[in-house]
Design a protein. Sequence first.
Length: 85
Amino acid sequence: MAGATKKREVRRSLRQSAWITLDGGFAVRPCVVQDISTAGAKITMDDQSVSSDRLRLAFARDARTGRNCQVVWRRGKSLGVKFVR
């Protein structure tokens, strides 16, 4: 099955504080971006009550900055997101 394995994007270790914005900018939660690639990121956060599958990830608390994301997996305090338009 040549070509069946999906090549993962190169991830860069980051461990940088960031913000997740939910509900159109009304709910903001602190998080840490563990690693990031051009396609997505691995995030950890203490607040495990975030259940939204769509969120905005920003390195400033300003909700007008950042990237729209879709959650693709969750494991405890960690979640993986892919960047979407």
